[in-house]
Write a protein that binds this ligand. Structure first.
Ligand code: ZN
Length: 289
């Protein structure tokens, strides 16, 4: 099953629900950045939720998420757009700990609990929205839940999970965002909270082969779920040799001449996807102004 995301509403539009299976996307991130298991779970959860937040945007809007919790991972950065393209990286990918007392990957220990979750949305026409909240748990999903409540004032439940194989590849990844629209009554909110609290871990559902549609129907078993859209999700980076040429140009002629004389070429790496671009002496010469 290809990674995809479902946009739906329930309770006559009073509740918005997005579900996603992101196993291949998270595996692509793991493969590119060589993340170890705990780092894979942390980055995977972040990428999964960022992809859903991208899908909440319109047209050519995009967003960037930064999580810096003071833990061994360092900063985690992810960005996504409304077309299902997401990418991300973590400063220190080689982080792995023993499972926590719940038998799960100890994401909170890797992320840390002393720092901030920041989000910048590029809404087009030079219009930006920025929001920042303190890290409350380091488990990522809870931190996004807190972000929605305090920065966007939208009562939300956010879940994301990643299961890792013994060989460190990604077995299952996915998540959901459930948001209550203004005007919904308190009973509905309480009922949803209970429903979601008792919900089976999302990663184990995906491991069993659940699709985003099936996850939705399991989240809301007794009500009519209106599906609005299904969209593919993939790890995709915006980098190109041309963009890195500009970055090298920005270093200045003196620096470029040094690369030519001393190194006879240059390598430039994209942080987001770890792709390496090579520039030979002749290519570097064309960058001198
Ligand atoms: Zn890239």
């Amino acid at each position: 099953m290809k990674d995809h995301l479902i946009k739906a509403t329930v309770y006559d539009g009073m509740v918005r629900a997005y579900t996603i299976v992101s196993t291949e996307t998270v595996e692509e991130a793991r493969r590119r950045h060589d993340t170890w298991a705990t780092a894979t779970a942390a980055l995977g959860r972040t990428i999964t939720i960022t992809a859903m937040m991208g899908a909440l945007l319109k047209d050519d809007q995009s967003l960037t998420v930064k999580i810096e919790g003071g833990g061994p991972l360092g900063a985690m950065i992810a960005d996504a757009n409304a077309s299902g393209e997401v990418r991300g990286y973590v400063l220190n990918p080689h982080v792995d700990f023993d499972l926590n007392t719940n038998g799960k990957l100890d994401v909170s220990r890797a992320v840390g609990t002393d720092g901030a979750l920041s989000i910048v949305k590029d809404l087009g026409l030079k219009d930006y929205f920025t929001g920042q909240v303190p890290i409350v748990s380091g488990e990522v999903s809870e931190d996004f839940t807190y972000y929605f409540a305090h920065s966007e004032q939208i009562p939300s439940a956010v879940g994301a999970g990643v299961l890792v194989n013994p060989d460190h590849t990604v077995l299952a990844a996915g998540g959901f965002i459930v948001q209550v629209m203004p005007g919904a009554d308190e009973d509905l909110i309480t009922q949803l909270e209970e429903q979601i609290q008792n919900f089976e871990p999302i990663s184990s559902l995906i491991q069993k082969g659940y699709s985003p549609e099936q996850i939705l129907f399991k989240l809301f078993p007794d009500v009519h779920v209106k599906i609005h859209e299904s969209m593919p999700i993939e790890f995709k980076c915006k980098c190109s040799k041309e963009r890195l040429e500009l970055a090298i140009k920005g270093l200045g002629n003196e620096e470029i001449e040094k690369m030519i004389d001393e190194d006879h070429g240059a390598e430039a790496k994209c942080h987001f996807c770890n792709e390496v671009y090579h520039f030979d002496e002749n290519e570097l010469k064309t960058l001198i102004e």
